[in-house]
Design a protein around this ligand. Structure first.
Ligand SMILES: [Zn+2]
Length: 433
């Protein structure tokens, strides 16, 4: 192992295999973007000149994984609230995107999202939007890990992806190829907004190139009924017939499912992003997360976009997810430690990322430190409970991705936060109806 150049120094690290999963007075050594050692601070002597991030008084955990979002939409935060999904999408969001959606709109929206996500402990995100190469550029500047999904929505094809499907996806994959922390995916919007023909073409493309598919699945009752009418089966059964579940897939929402649907998704160990706040706000239903996980699916937590949430705070999602499942299945059906796994390791696996989401030697150094010295953090009998039910984005003090420090003592180091906020305000003045 190479000698550590950066140390996460002190605090309680949540490490698999340690007694109770906790290592007190921890020291985590990092070199070449990876974790090279995990031990006790008292037993380590860092090399001269090595940098130390002081994490005394913190819980040190893997960075959080945002399983589903549209960061380019961040400039539409709060533009339209309190509407059902169909009205929200067709009467407000699609027309606004037609008018304002552009490469620059996406770039600044994603920078704004990255600043918010880093502050909230998110180190990896799974994105889906138009002009996605500009979103990837923003994530690259921020230093965040990203699965970037070039979107296809036939009725609102603002960047022309639908005109030349495979050519567009080839060009997109090529355009993000130089960003080391970005993985390209293809992102058809949903069953109702992409034709059967194009779904077939996309599945073929995915099979040929092993590119992950990221899309919205069974978000509303209407979507399922519409599919039943058109194709005579549920969306999950329809996609099974097309061979979608044989490909690498992350499906967002998966709310309105039959018991047979759940078994199909579980059998194929499909990655799911559960986005509880968005589901509640758009008044869909409570996703069967407990049953999906039991059946074998891997479930991440996602924020969806700020236009339907209205923030990118996974602490909030974790809290709501646990309580929602308790409401549906009974207290303790989804325990805090399970939710923590969905925020980190299971979330990464739901995105097809094997090398992140856990504090383990050899894994990528995507690490956050959560301050636990404030009154609302005392006492802590169980760190997982604190993270899920007690802590908030405001408590995240440091963030490291791939061995690069993105935030130290709550100061962003890779982004000019003031400039981003100024630009966002400038866009809002123009967009404001
Ligand atoms: Zn979405």
């Amino acid at each position: 192992m190479p000698e550590a150049k950066l140390w996460i120094w002190g605090g309680t690290a949540l490490v698999p295999g340690a007694p109770n999963g906790r290592l007190e007075d921890a020291a985590i050594g990092i070199a070449d973007g990876k974790i090279v050692s995990i031990g006790k601070r008292s037993e380590v002597t860092p090399a001269p000149g090595a940098r130390k991030i002081d994490t005394t008084g913190c819980l040190v955990t893997p960075g959080f994984v945002n399983g589903h979002t549209h960061t380019g939409m961040s400039l539409l935060r709060g533009l339209a609230d309190d509407l059902p999904l169909d009205t929200w999408l067709r009467e407000v969001i699609f027309p606004t995107e037609q008018k304002w959606g552009s490469p620059d709109f996406v770039y600044w929206g994603t920078l704004l999202a990255c600043a918010e996500m880093i502050r909230g402990g998110i180190t990896t995100f799974n994105d889906m939007y138009y002009f996605e190469e500009r979103a990837a550029q923003a994530a690259n500047e921020a230093g965040m890990r990203m699965v970037a999904g070039q979107s296809l929505t036939e009725e609102s094809d603002i960047d022309g992806t639908g005109k030349d499907l495979t050519g567009s996806f080839d060009r997109f994959r090529e355009s993000v190829g130089d960003f080391p922390l970005v993985t390209a995916s293809v992102a058809p919007h949903a069953i109702y907004s992409v034709s059967r023909e194009n779904w077939k073409a996309l599945i073929e493309y995915s099979a040929k190139t092993q590119t992950r598919i990221h899309f919205h699945l069974c978000e509303t009752r209407w979507e399922v009924q519409d599919c039943q009418k058109k194709y005579g089966k549920t969306p999950v059964a329809f996609f099974e017939e097309l061979g979608l579940w044989e490909q690498p897939v992350t499906a967002a929402h998966a709310v309105c499912l039959t018991p047979e649907d759940i078994q199909i998704l579980g059998k194929h160990r499909v990655g799911i992003s559960h986005n509880p706040e968005s589901n509640f706000k758009l008044a869909t239903e409570i996703a069967p997360v407990v049953e999906l996980r039991r059946a074998g699916a891997r479930v991440a937590l996602g924020t969806d976009s700020t236009a339907s949430n209205n923030n990118l705070d996974l602490f909030g999602e974790a809290d709501v997810a646990a309580k929602m499942q308790a409401f549906k299945y009974g207290a303790g059906a989804l325990k805090a430690q399970d939710v923590f796994s969905m925020l980190t390791r299971e979330g990464a696996l739901a995105l097809g990322l094997e090398e992140t989401g856990v504090l383990e030697v050899g894994k990528q150094a995507d690490i956050i430190a959560i301050d636990v010295t404030a009154p609302h953090a005392v006492p802590i009998y169980n760190p997982y409970s604190h993270i899920v039910y007690g802590a908030g984005a405001r408590d995240v003090k440091h963030s490291v991705v791939n061995g690069q420090v993105l935030m130290e003592n709550r100061t962003l180091l890779t982004l000019d936060e003031q400039e981003i906020v100024r630009e966002a305000a400038h866009w809002a003045r123009r967009i404001s109806p």
